[in-house]
Design a protein around this ligand. Structure first.
Ligand SMILES: CSC[C@@H](O)[C@@H](O)C(=O)COP(=O)(O)O
Ligand SMILES: [Zn+2]
Length: 212
């Protein structure tokens, strides 16, 4: 599928890739109702991001908006950027290698993040598919996903995520309790690989019924 192998040449090509990525996640049940949001870096330092409140299975190009590094619209638009734009901006600010970000509300991420909210992290250990994560070379490594308390204070959450990422690199993604998963990659192709791998491991962990 064309989601794999993205270049960040133009808004229209990035928008098409984001629409496809959104549909890909929606078809797998990872973005129920209008949940989830997706973004990618454009060549000029701005970001293309899904508009707020739109059903992620049927996005059109008018459902993708452009914001600057602070999350503000770069031009007139009938659509508002995602309510969680600040979480995307934090990631792009934190690491210049991040080229795309995906946020899902899958059943596994929702249940496991609630189950592990007290501990503050979900550990995914012993899964071969962990090697799909960039830089991960062995299934024996543990993927640790921090779990943050859910809040409507997105700016504060972004600060907390930033502090965690600075203190505990490398971070492949994070969970928000009862809410969902954020993950990212150097481009849309690696982001979709990461989200598939992490969602798969979360599904396995949910089936296995235990986590520490
Ligand atoms: C439909 S409830 C989910 C939202 O509150 C939010 O968490 C979400 O993921 C989507 O917000 P959005 O503003 O559409 O990007
Ligand atoms: Zn959300």
């Amino acid at each position: 599928m064309s989601v794999r192998g993205t270049s960040f040449a133009s808004f229209s090509s990035v928008a098409a890739e984001l629409i496809e990525l959104s549909r890909f996640c929606h078809e797998r049940g990872w973005t129920p109702a209008t949940s989830g949001n997706f973004s990618a870096r454009l060549g000029d330092g701005t970001l293309a991001i899904t508009a707020s409140g739109r059903p992620k299975g049927t996005l059109g190009v008018s459902d993708i908006v452009v914001v600057n590094a602070d999350g503000r619209l770069t031009g007139p638009s009938a659509a508002r950027p995602s309510a969680e734009t600040a979480l995307h901006c934090q990631l792009y600010r934190h690491d210049s290698e991040i080229g795309a970000v995906a946020h899902t509300h899958s059943r596994a991420a929702t249940v496991l993040s609630r189950r592990c909210a007290q501990e503050g992290y979900v550990t995914l250990s012993g899964y071969e598919v962990a090697k799909a994560l960039s830089g991960m070379t062995t299934h024996t490594a543990t993927v640790l996903l921090p779990v943050f308390v859910n809040t409507q204070d997105i700016r504060k959450l972004a600060e907390d995520v930033d502090a965690f990422m600075s203190a505990h690199p490398p971070v492949y993604g994070y969970l928000i309790a009862g809410h969902g998963l954020y993950t990212w990659g150097s481009d849309i192709a690696s982001t979709i690989r990461h989200i598939e791998a992490i969602e798969f491991m979360l599904d396995c962990a949910l089936l296995e019924g235990g986590l520490s």
